[in-house]
Write a protein that binds this ligand. Structure first.
Ligand SMILES: Cc1cc2nc3c(=O)[nH]c(=O)nc-3n(C[C@H](O)[C@H](O)[C@H](O)COP(=O)(O)OP(=O)(O)OC[C@H]3O[C@@H](n4cnc5c(N)ncnc54)[C@H](O)[C@@H]3O)c2cc1C
Length: 372
């Protein structure tokens, strides 16, 4: 981009081109808004695919939970043995072309602040956009969560988060401690156990569900996360509400003794970990499968967080600021949830823009005609 100095006006800025951002962009297009003129999609990753482009290659399409298609275009038949990163990356790229979404990348949004005339000032490493509404779809991948344990900095082995995991080969023959009770921990334990010695450590005993996943069960899990977000609390992980689905592969791994969790340690030592009762365990690697947090740092100047630590939402709309929607956040942090959130955010954005029309914003008449 060459006009770094110019401030570009748009009706809506969408930050993030993962499932949630693309779904929002699709519905903006369907409402008649033009990509690049009426709305802009900004993403700081190098390619299409949202966070999927960074997922470890052994997370094949067949091993992913269930990737729902984006609205309006089928993914088609995908080889279950290909990495999800490739399958989803290619699909998203096709999607962006098909609907002419004109994602601008790599563009890193560094801050969103109050602008002038009731607009939002979106600051990036590629210049500034001034937007009347904002759909934030920045996901969680950029904010891996690592808990702190005393002695952590003294560990002489390797520590990494699942976000940095690239495959089991480099851990061959090592003793790997996998910390965390979610789906990623389980998948990586099963993979690593083929080449390494593993120990699983969790804060709470994980709950494996033997009953199959039903729509109703999914809905009630989402409702629980939704309620937290409505109260302004940080959304908790989906597994903490749903438990882990016990698939055939998981049952087989349980029978082989791979998935036997132990209580997490109390401190980290140079050569491993230790418990308060004096027990110690040596290890070469600590793999933190401890999840992610919402990547919202760029919104900090707007002070959207509640005393409870989360952003209170009414649907996808930020309770404190009706110009802003969070999609792919909390209850909509799944591929299906992101689709729905994109649609409902756009419905509200259009209503908001139409309402503001009456109080007259001079630059916007043209595009408002389109969104009515
Ligand atoms: C290992 C793993 C496996 C998963 N498997 C599944 C599954 O099988 N099925 C399922 O439904 N869900 C799964 N999920 C959850 C999944 O993350 C969501 O379903 C969905 O893909 C998230 O989409 P999103 O658009 O919210 O976020 P993302 O895909 O993370 O997209 C966010 C985008 O925002 C961009 N961005 C972030 N910050 C900025 C910034 N400041 N400026 C500019 N751009 C920015 C990023 O570059 C990224 O492209 C999985 C999650 C993980 C971690």
């Amino acid at each position: 981009m060459n006009d770094l100095g110019a401030v570009r006006d748009v009706e809506t800025a969408v930050i993030g081109a993962g499932q949630a951002g693309l779904s929002a962009a699709y519905f903006l297009r369907r409402a008649g808004m033009r990509a690049g003129t009426d709305f802009v999609v900004l993403d700081h990753s190098p390619g299409a695919g949202g966070a999927w482009q960074f997922r470890w290659s052994s997370l094949t399409y067949g091993k992913a939970h269930r990737v729902h298609e984006l609205p309006g275009m089928p993914l088609g038949d995908a080889d279950p043995d290909r990495p999800s990163a490739e399958v989803v990356g290619e699909y998203f790229a096709r999607y962006e072309r098909a609907f002419d979404l004109r994602v601008r990348r790599p563009v890193d949004v560094t801050a969103v602040r109050e602008g002038t005339g009731g607009r939002l000032r979106v600051e990036t490493d590629a210049g500034v956009w001034s937007a009347r509404t904002l759909i934030n779809a920045t996901g969680t991948w950029d904010r891996p969560f690592l808990p702190y344990y005393p002695g952590q900095e003294t560990f002489l082995g390797r520590q990494l988060h699942t976000a940095d995991y690239r495959g089991s080969a480099e851990f061959a023959g090592k003793h790997v401690l996998v910390v965390g009770g979610g789906t990623s921990a389980v998948q990586l334990l099963m993979e690593l156990a083929e080449v390494a010695r593993t120990t699983w450590l969790t804060r709470r005993p994980p709950v494996f569900r033997s009953t199959p996943f039903t729509e109703e069960w999914g809905r009630s899990a989402v409702a629980l996360v939704e309620e937290r977000v409505r109260q302004g609390l940080p959304p908790q992980s989906v597994v903490s509400v749903t438990g882990l689905a016990a698939t055939d592969a998981i049952r087989a791994a349980q029978e082989r003794g791979i998935l036997r969790p132990e209580p997490v340690f109390d401190r980290i030592t140079p050569h491993g970990v230790a418990w308060a009762d004096g027990r110690t365990l040596n290890a070469d690697v600590i793999l933190w499968a401890t999840g992610f947090r919402a990547a919202l740092d760029h919104l900090a100047p707007l002070k959207l967080r509640e005393p409870g630590g989360g952003v209170r939402l009414d649907g996808t709309r930020v309770a404190k600021d009706p110009r802003i929607h969070l999609v792919g956040y909390g209850p909509s942090a799944s591929t299906i949830g992101a689709n729905r959130a994109g649609r409902s955010a756009v419905r509200e954005v259009r209503a908001y823009l139409a309402g503001v029309d009456r109080t007259a914003e001079p630059t916007s008449e043209r595009s408002l005609e389109r969104v009515h």
